[in-house]
Structure formats: structure tokens, C-alpha cells
Design a binder for this molecule. Sequence first.
Ligand code: 6PG
Length: 258
Amino acid sequence: MRPAPKVVQVPDAASMAREAARRFVHETTNTLARAEVFRVALSGGSTPKAMYRLLASPEFRDTVDWSRVQVFFSDERFVPPDSEESNYHSAQEGLLSSVPIRRESVHPVMTVGVTPEDSAARYEASIRSAFGDADSMVPAFDLIFLGMGPDGHTASLFPETDALKITDRIVAPNFVPRLDSWRITFTYPLLNAAKQVMFLVQGPDKAQRVREVLAEGADLPAAGVRPHNGRLVWLLDQSASSEYDLAASRVSDVQRTS
Ligand code: 6PG
């Protein structure tokens, strides 16, 4: 039986960043108390950027043993790594260049000189190599961060795109007609094998989809993320949860932070 989602409501974007950074440190510390490595996948878009800045600050930076952290990306735009559009670039600029993480512990998606198919195959191989898992296994990330778009997409699993249907790969190329562009994305098998998935969703433009996913079980890409055994946390600011009645919610646990 899949555990029900835990919904945490925070007042605003600043408190979202702080709660997410606090949880990042908490999960890293807990994992490294019993394991050698903490493997995390960062989400893309703009929401994580404030968390990155906090994690890079003296308040948080020195509370993480970055020498034992491995960083991946739950999806990537098919753009050069130095593009402002690149999720790797955002994380590198906002966080990774400011913390003592080894270069070989950061795993960007290759997006130059390869086809989208080659890129996805290479990324799958790099994930499997980092986990040291047999090809038959689906690697279980300690923590995967995800965002959600106003259309209910998550990672680069957009409505009515091919990657939604993939069940036999952990990373896939995905052409997104609405954007007229290729993306490289974790697939549901990899997302749902995670020990924990944490959505960071803020802004009134997400409120309707939050209600549809959490209260109505709508058939949206973000609703397909239900880890088999892992924890699922939705971190929502008040504006993104404005259409979702936390009190009447069906989720397992609702928490409001000040
Ligand atoms: C991407 C993302 C995507 C993102 C959502 C939310 O590469 O764009 O991975 O899934 O998380 O679109 O983006 P915002 O945080 O910018 O609203």
C-alpha cells in the first residue's frame, strides 16, 4: 500500500525555500548517519533557486557533508550546459559552485554533440554507474525534488507526451510539442522507486492543478508520481494551496509552518 502524500503548507516563497533547505539538510544528515552516500536529484525551473541560495549560504552550507553527496537532475532542457535555460546551469550558479562538492559528484545531462536519444541513454548509464546497480534494478534515489507546471507537468513529463507511457526505462528523451523542444526526463519507474519525492510548488497559477492532483486524483502527470514504498511530500505555499482544502484533505498528514 503506497503511503499517502504528506502536505506541508508554508506562507510564502521565502518560507518555502527555508523549509525545503531545512528538509534537504535533515534528509542528508539522516541518510549519511547510516549510509556512505546521499543521492539527490534536483528539479528544474525557478522554484528551487531560492532554496539553492539558502543552501549555499553560511547558515546551511556547512551543515552538509558535501563530500558524500551525489547530485543529479530529474530533468533537463536540451540546451548547452551554460545556457540560462539549463537546469544544471541554475544549480551550478545558485548552489554547486558555492559548496565543497566534488566535480565528479555532480552529474549533468549531456546535451551537446549527442542526439536526445543518446543523451537519455548516457544519462541512464551514468545513474546506474553511480548506484552500482545491476541493469535489472531501478535505482532508488534518497531524495528527488520535483516542481509542477500550471498544466500539471512534472520533471519533463508533460501532458499527452510519449514519455508518460514509458515503463521499461529510467530516463527518456521527450519531445514537447507545446514547447517545440526536446527534454530529457526521469520516467515514472525511476521517480516511483525513490525513497522520497518532494514537490516544491508555489504560486496561484498552480492552485487549480494542486487541487486536481491532491483532492480529485486527476489524470495529470504530477499525479502519476506515487512512490511505491517511499515518502511523498508536497510542499505548497499558501497561494498554490488556495484551492485545496487542507482541513478536508484526504492526504495522510497536513502540516502548516509559520
Ligand atoms: C523544468 C522543470 C519543470 C518545473 C516546473 C515548475 O525543467 O522546467 O523541471 O518540471 O519544475 O515547470 O517550474 P517553476 O518552478 O519555474 O514554476
